[in-house]
Design a protein around this ligand. Sequence first.
Ligand SMILES: *[C@@H]1O[C@H](CO)[C@@H](O)[C@H](O)[C@H]1NC(C)=O
Ligand SMILES: *[C@@H]1O[C@H](CO)[C@@H](O)[C@H](O)[C@H]1NC(C)=O
Ligand SMILES: *[C@@H]1O[C@H](CO)[C@@H](O)[C@H](O)[C@H]1NC(C)=O
Length: 409
Amino acid sequence: MAVLSRKLTIAIAALATLGEAAPWIPKNTPWHQQHTTGKAIYFITNEAENAVVALPIKRDGSLAAGKSTKTGGAGEVMIQAATGNPQHPDGLASQSSLTIVGNTIFAVNPGSNTVSMLAIDPKDPLCLTVVGKPVAVPGEFPNTVAASAKNNLVCVATTGAVAGVSCASFSHRGIEPMDKLRPFDIGQSTPPKGPINTVSQTLFSSDETKLLTMVKGDPTSNKTGYVSVFDIERQWRRPSTLATRGVRSSPNGTAVLFGTSSIPGRPNSYFASDASFGAAVISLDHKGVATTAHRQVIEGQKATCWATVSTASHSAFVADVGRDLLVEMSLSDASIIKEYDLSANGDPGLIDLASAGSFVYALSPGNGTTGAAVTVLDVSGGKGRAKQAQRFSVAGLASSSAQGMAVLL
Ligand SMILES: *[C@@H]1O[C@H](CO)[C@@H](O)[C@H](O)[C@H]1NC(C)=O
Ligand SMILES: *[C@@H]1O[C@H](CO)[C@@H](O)[C@H](O)[C@H]1NC(C)=O
Ligand SMILES: *[C@@H]1O[C@H](CO)[C@@H](O)[C@H](O)[C@H]1NC(C)=O
């Protein structure tokens, strides 16, 4: 019986994989090579003249030389509270400083309090065109953005002296004016003094009915971080909007929630890193209240801040700005599957990262001495079998203020 059901499972898995295969893949290609490879990766320079850097992904998942397109807005980095110096790397202390829906990129401009929309040429993913003018956000120091195709809605969170979240409709013509800020009472300055006590990431729930925003606490002053959740209000023949009243909750055992990713196939579960200990699996109830289902400490971690879920390896990967290491973790209980020591690359640590097909792309902005680079991990071998495929220098295009990571599939 057990053998039979295992055979069935394998058969069903094989069928599912066949369905996913791209048409150009020869029939005899092993299943693990059949995941769609991304077309290009994108991140922001976050320099005074902010720009989106685009790098093409080759058929084998590796990166090649790319180019940069100005957003029309300004970048800025936060102040490191401990030293009073500009924070390099990790100047925004956020995940998702740019995001992609369809062939559209949205990118924050922290230094000019705006958000830019850029159209990707469907024939050339490196060719970006700014659509309209950058749109003002009603807050200070925007550091994270989420967009929903289902709702034609883009939402931006700010983490300066005026912190909170606001949204606007978008179309091919550009972004409409942003609506009124739903404030976050974090008591920050502009630029903020981080990295703790700032906004981490805003993201839509997997069914795009809610907007989640992760807000870091400050364990040194007994301030608990929280997950802010607002419903999306959909009305017949009217644009979707974000509710004006939301709920906030602090999942038990978390303090500095950071990069978060929804878990495919489990609509109310999220994989979230927490810079104070490691990572957690978080559940949202129907009211939008978050609780911790599983919590995992990563020994020796410095600041585990970014998380991505790979559908190829069915696992999560988290990055630490203070260690050149990626940790693979279980989507069921956040337990550690494997730690990949990448220190031979010489990068001081990794920040924002994204999964596409059988690969994970992780940005190291460097620190001025070591230049910016992207590490490519091949996860096609399945759980616990990732291998570094490439370390691609982007020193000519970006420096230690670079932030964000988005992939065009
Ligand atoms: C921290 O906050 C908790 C909950 O409000 C309280 O019980 C505790 O006494 C506080 N500790 C300090 C050191 O302020
Ligand atoms: C958090 O609280 C929930 C609900 O009370 C409980 O089921 C879960 O085990 C707790 N998680 C941790 C990590 O303490
Ligand atoms: C930059 O990072 C490299 C690699 O970790 C390290 O050797 C170097 O000392 C760092 N430089 C600065 C200025 O922190």
